[in-house]
Design a protein around this ligand. Structure first.
Ligand code: GDP
Ligand code: GDP
Length: 434
């Protein structure tokens, strides 16, 4: 389920300050566990038990001080298209500006819920100044201070009220694949090469489509749902090569999928935007297959493939256990292999290791290479089990879990990968007190 919340507003009103405040509590925990550097503009968090993704739209624009008005309009339009709820931030210090009015005009036209947050209301005096924002024609507002946090709890209460109730996770579904990547990477060409003809669509069987964005296909002997990326449908409208657009367009598709097929343009390399999308999928714990497309255009000698692959693996450390394939959507080279791999990754992601097997394999490994002792205290791992979560998570019970450091956690993760095969799947390893 994807609940996407976008923060919009002109530069300097306090969007990124608010973003950090809303995200940091949760992110601090996630960072400590995963050890992954976080994207400063995209995060997942929760409030009153409801999870959502938060996107700071301003964060993706460079030199946001002299940003063009037109650019903001495009951002807001895209945010309206892709988000479930929009938080519009304005600044009580400056009052209403022309740019605010522009944004408000766009927001008044949408059916999507909009929360107006009047920021920098750090004290009671400013509470009264906020009244002028009724003038934006967006109705009631929330006064907040991103800096000291006041009002943000009420804002979150109002926000989660607007989010849909949690749906039950369905089991035994067909794999849901999303084809993602920067503009021009070849997503439409790939999809076309894969399922270009209508005859591969499996005609409606009642109750099989869980989401109107999915279409069910049968191709090369595999049955799967392809998550329709809004970005592909609407590509005629905006085709700017900005990180913001790629991310915004990928979020929903990624969140709806089980496995992401990340298309990379071989003629451009694995760049910032590709990396952002990769980490987006990783942080959502989705399976990932990297498809280096347009391989037909690359002049090759015996080392080209290996070198290209190594470059990518270096960038995606420490999550390097990911399939990387070299394909051509144009000549259809290795399209079948790409699908076969995606199906494998899907299976890896839903893999369950029995507790007895897990202990039988892992305990001797841990006994042989135990966690380093801390202040003369020996750390003993006694038992482990896979959690009944939809994606692979493992708990290891120990006498002193607090002394187990990240490198050891990674060692255990690597051993799990080595013995049980989680190629292409982010997994989590936790240590808990026994
Ligand atoms: P953005 O460009 O919209 O992301 O704005 P920033 O979050 O970078 O904030 C712009 C400036 O406003 C920074 O100097 C912040 O410290 C300041 N600021 C943000 N929130 C508040 C607030 O609640 N009160 C006050 N007084 N200043 C704030
Ligand atoms: P999208 O924006 O990611 O959907 O990319 P498109 O599918 O529209 O492809 C962008 C351009 O790259 C088009 O001109 C395609 O014909 C071209 N293209 C896509 N895949 C390949 C490929 O494998 N080889 C070559 N040579 N060109 C490709």
């Amino acid at each position: 389920m994807s609940n996407i919340v976008a923060i919009v507003g002109r530069p300097n009103v306090g969007k990124s300050t608010l973003f950090n405040r809303l995200i940091q509590r949760r992110e601090a925990i996630v960072d400590a566990v995963s050890g992954v550097t976080r994207d400063r503009h995209y995060g997942r968090t929760d409030w009153n038990g409801k999870e959502f993704s938060l996107i700071d739209t301003g964060g993706y624009v460079m030199g946001s001080d002299d940003i063009f008005e037109q650019e903001i309009d495009k951002q807001v339009e895209l945010a309206i298209d892709e988000a479930d709820v929009v938080i519009f931030v304005v600044d009580v210090e400056t009052g209403i500006t022309g740019m605010d009015e522009d944004v408000a005009r766009l927001l008044r036209q949408t059916e999507k819920p909009v929360l107006l947050a009047v920021n920098k209301v750090d004290n009671a005096m400013r509470e009264a100044d906020a009244v002028e924002f009724y003038g934006l024609g967006l109705g009631d507002y929330h006064t907040i201070s991103g800096i000291n946090g006041s009002g943000t709890g009420d804002l979150l209460d109002a926000l989660v009220e607007l989010l849909p109730e949690k749906e039950a996770e369905e089991e035994n579904e067909l794999p849901r694949f999303a084809v993602v990547g920067r503009p021009n990477a070849g997503k439409s060409s790939f999809i076309n090469a894969l399922i270009g003809e209508d005859r591969y669509i499996v005609t409606d069987i009642a109750g099989t489509t869980r989401d109107s964005n999915d279409t069910r296909y049968n191709r090369f002997g595999f049955e799967f749902n392809l998550v329709d990326t809004a970005g592909i449908r609407r590509k005629a409208r905006v085709k700017e090569d900005l990180e913001f657009y790629s991310v915004m367009r990928s979020v929903r598709a990624i969140e709806h999928s089980d496995v992401c097929l990340l298309l990379v343009d071989a003629t451009r390399g694995f760049e910032g935007q590709d990396q952002s999308i990769f980490w987006l999928a990783q942080r959502n714990r989705k399976g990932i297959v990297i498809l280096v497309n347009k391989w037909d255009l690359v002049a090759k000698d015996t080392h080209t493939t290996k070198a290209f692959e190594q470059k990518i693996r270096k960038v995606i450390e420490p999550f390097t256990d990911v399939p990387i394939l070299f394909i051509s959507a144009l000549t259809k080279q290795r399209i079948f292999k790409a699908m076969e791999t995606a199906v494998e990754v899907y299976k890896n992601r839903s893999k369950r290791v029995s507790t007895s097997k897990l202990n039988e394999v892992m305990l001797p490994i841990i006994e042989k290479t135990p966690p380093p002792s801390n202040k003369g205290k020996y750390i003993k791992v006694k038992f482990c089990t896979q959690l009944p979560t939809p994606v692979p998570q493992f708990v290891f019970f120990a006498n002193l879990p607090q002394y187990i450091k990240d490198p050891y956690r990674r060692f255990v993760e690597n051993k799990l990968r080595e013995h049980f095969g989680f190629h292409g799947v982010p997994i989590e390893v936790y240590f808990r007190k026994k």
